[in-house]
Design a protein around this ligand. Structure first.
Ligand SMILES: CC(C)(COP(=O)(O)OP(=O)(O)OC[C@H]1O[C@@H](n2cnc3c(N)ncnc32)[C@H](O)[C@@H]1OP(=O)(O)O)[C@@H](O)C(=O)NCCC(=O)NCCS
Length: 165
């Protein structure tokens, strides 16, 4: 059964995330990241009115989420995650599709993101989705024992339509 089939079989809600969702978000974040965002990081992002969206199963369970920041006509993906037991079922692809739709609605010209050089799975998914590398940020991420890791800067240019969207 292909990744896409998995999604079409499972109904879900796309929902805007708020402070009320932080407990669930932090459980996922702490489980899937070696250097997770803190509750404070998420609060700062929500207080800054960043775009925060999640996928919930019909029984209400949070499957995954993304936080993104609108900078003029560019949407900057800040974090994206799918619950450990839900990974590999195309939910990440679904989140990227909603991120893309959000960028279109906001009339953005591109989406930008940083990803750890070592995060081959995410890099593969982003490249499959159409992101290309446009830069590299030296020692951008904390890594083990105080060593730092570079980030690849990836960008997706949105197709522009004559006369706006
Ligand atoms: C990265 C992450 C969000 C991906 O979510 P996921 O649910 O595991 O990924 P998916 O199952 O949706 O994988 C996407 C699939 O869609 C494919 N895909 C991506 N774009 C596609 C497109 N446009 N058309 C068809 N398929 C596409 C991918 O190749 C992948 O297929 P594969 O599994 O056969 O390689 C998730 O693994 C995660 O939370 N990881 C930990 C946190 C993290 O690293 N986040 C990213 C930080 S930058």
């Amino acid at each position: 059964m292909g990744a896409k089939d998995a999604v079409s079989l499972m109904d879900y809600h796309l929902c805007r995330l708020t402070i009320a969702d932080l407990d669930e978000i932090c459980v996922i974040e702490d489980a899937v990241y070696t250097h997770p965002w803190t509750r404070g990081n998420f609060l700062d992002s929500l207080y800054s009115q960043h775009e925060a969206w999640g996928l919930r199963r019909l029984d209400g369970r949070l499957i995954g989420y993304f936080f993104a920041m609108l900078v003029l006509d560019e949407l900057h993906l800040l974090t994206i995650a799918v619950a450990q037991n839900e990974q590999g079922k195309a939910w990440g692809l679904q989140l990227l599709k909603h991120l893309f739709e959000l960028a279109r609605r906001k009339e953005c010209v591109s989406i930008l993101l940083e990803v750890r050089v070592s995060n081959q799975r995410a890099i593969h998914i982003y490249q499959r989705f159409g992101f290309v590398q446009v830069g590299r940020r030296k020692a951008y991420y904390p890594a083990h024992q105080g060593v730092r890791e570079d980030a690849l800067l990836l960008q997706l240019i949105l197709p522009q339509h004559e006369g706006g969207q």
